[in-house]
Design a protein around this ligand. Structure first.
Ligand SMILES: C[S@@+](CC[C@H](N)C(=O)[O-])C[C@H]1O[C@@H](n2cnc3c(N)ncnc32)[C@H](O)[C@@H]1O
Length: 455
């Protein structure tokens, strides 16, 4: 088995080779990250699989860009401005870097924070026991969850409400957050939502044209729900997540965890001990990020059940949250009567063509680029001279027109003064949960990895 040093040397050499070839050819290079870091055998490493999240990044990609001495050194600050469930901050922490993450979705922030926070397992076990005991005594409080009765049986609504109240009584914030993540997993499992689809869609065996296997799975799920108690599901999740946490503790020893902030990527604000600050200019050595795609994922809707149960956003509160999300799909008609120019020539040509077919879709894509440009500006600002930025992005089709987000974002970063050092393409393997929607967007076939440097 290769040592950590040998592995780091292997990636150093690979990076240098890629730089050389790219400097000469300026052609995108094919890469398979699973092969490059073949020593990562299982996806269930450390705390990665504590909670599902849409469009999670393949862990191999940040692992490759972190475990080398070319792009950063141990102790350097590594940030992900669109950190989602925290894949990058977790990998950064494991590789001995200081990990920072930002996301505007409170569920993402909670999951990511828990994944990068080492906690004493004996304490977790003790508090778990207290939560179970407390269930008999707590007062029932049911948070505002969109269409609660449509998604849950009355029994599970009561059981989950009691469980949430018992967890809320845990005084230590980090420990409470661990249990809230476990609770959120349980709340999704106990709903009537089909787990194969990221946004909640109720199993419906009576729908026309569904296959026999779909009907059988739906029947099995309904049967399972009838005989299952919320506490039993919760206990199983706590036990699996404690095992994951123990793995994290092993590598971190007494070291501090990462820091994840609820912030818009266009601002990158931190909040420590109640004091809000903007992340300092020229402070970050390495940014690794997979930003949203234009109209390709519904992060807020996917999280709607958890956002409600956790008290982050209930009925009537999801839309305001969605408005902060780049790549969102809902706009009032008045906003898309006219098409905005992005001043990225190729993009404007495509956007005009889309506009003729569907003004809303054109506005979604144009606004995506305009908002991404603001986030890119902020990323460049916080990056140190001599620092690097790794962008993982895919292309899609909008109304049958190819929308080359990789080219448009590349142009934005170059305009902002970064130098493009590498363009890599990896077949998409694991960004499951993306669905073909509206007949206006097609599936995203491969991922582009762009590496820039700041001088
Ligand atoms: C592709 S996902 C990131 C997934 C992440 N790499 C992971 O492994 O879980 C993009 C993320 O960008 C977040 N996002 C969208 N708009 C944002 C904004 N304006 N500021 C910060 N985060 C935003 C979404 O909430 C989502 O979590």
């Amino acid at each position: 088995m290769k040592s950590v040093i040998d592995r780091s040397k292997q990636i150093d050499e690979k990076l240098k080779l890629l730089f050389d070839v790219y400097t000469k050819t300026k052609e995108p290079l094919k890469i398979n990250f699973r092969q490059e870091v073949e020593w990562l055998k299982s996806a269930d490493r450390y705390t990665h699989l504590m909670h599902v999240y849409p469009a999670k990044l393949l862990g191999h990609i940040p692992h490759f860009f972190l475990n080398n001495s070319v792009l950063s050194k141990p102790g350097d600050i590594v940030a992900d401005p669109f950190c989602g469930s925290g894949t990058v901050p977790l990998e950064a922490l494991i590789s001995g870097r200081q990990a920072l993450g930002f996301d505007c979705n409170p569920l993402a922030r909670l999951i990511a924070q828990v994944k990068v926070t080492p906690l004493d397992i004996h304490r977790i076990n003790r508090v778990h026991g207290n939560i179970v005991k407390r269930l008999q005594k707590v007062e029932l409080h049911i948070p505002s969850v969109v269409n609660l009765d449509y998604w849950y049986s009355p029994e599970h609504i009561t059981q989950l409400g009691l469980l949430k109240s018992a967890i809320d009584a845990v005084s230590d914030l980090d420990v409470r957050n661990f249990f809230l993540v476990c609770f959120s997993v349980a709340a999704r499992k106990l709903s009537y939502a089909d787990p194969h689809i990221s946004v909640p869609v109720r199993w419906n065996p009576d729908k026309e044209n569904v296959s026999g296997s779909y009907r059988a799975m739906a029947a099995e799920h309904f049967e399972w729900l009838k005989k299952t108690q919320a506490i039993d599901v919760f206990n199983l999740i706590v036990s699996a997540n404690s095992r994951r946490l123990a793995q994290l503790n092993e590598v971190l020893h007494e070291k501090v965890g990462g820091r994840i902030y609820l912030s818009d990527a266009r601002e990158l604000k931190t909040r420590d001990e109640g004091v809000e600050r903007k992340l300092k200019k020229n402070s970050v050595q390495l940014i690794i990020t997979s930003p949203p795609y234009a109209g390709a994922q519904k992060y807020v809707r996917s999280a709607s059940l958890s956002l409600g149960w956790l008290g982050f956003a209930g009925t009537g509160e999801l839309r305001p949250l969605e408005r902060q999300t780049i790549g969102r799909e809902h706009y009032p008609k008045a906003e898309y009567l006219q098409l905005h120019k992005t001043f990225i020539d190729d993009a404007d040509v495509v956007l005009n063509r889309i506009y003729q077919k569907n003004p809303l879709r054109a506005h979604i894509a144009a606004n995506y680029l305009l908002e991404m440009e603001m986030a890119c500006e902020r990323m460049v600002e916080v990056l140190k001279p001599g620092g690097y930025l790794v962008l993982v992005i895919g292309n899609n089709q909008v109304c049958g027109e190819d929308f080359f987000a990789n080219k448009y974002l590349r142009e934005i970063f170059v305009k902002l003064g970064l130098e493009l050092k590498l363009e890599l393409v990896d077949d998409i393997h694991s960004r499951g949960l993306m669905t073909k929607r509206n007949k206006t967007a097609s599936l995203i076939a491969c991922e582009w990895i762009l590496l820039f440097s700041k001088s």
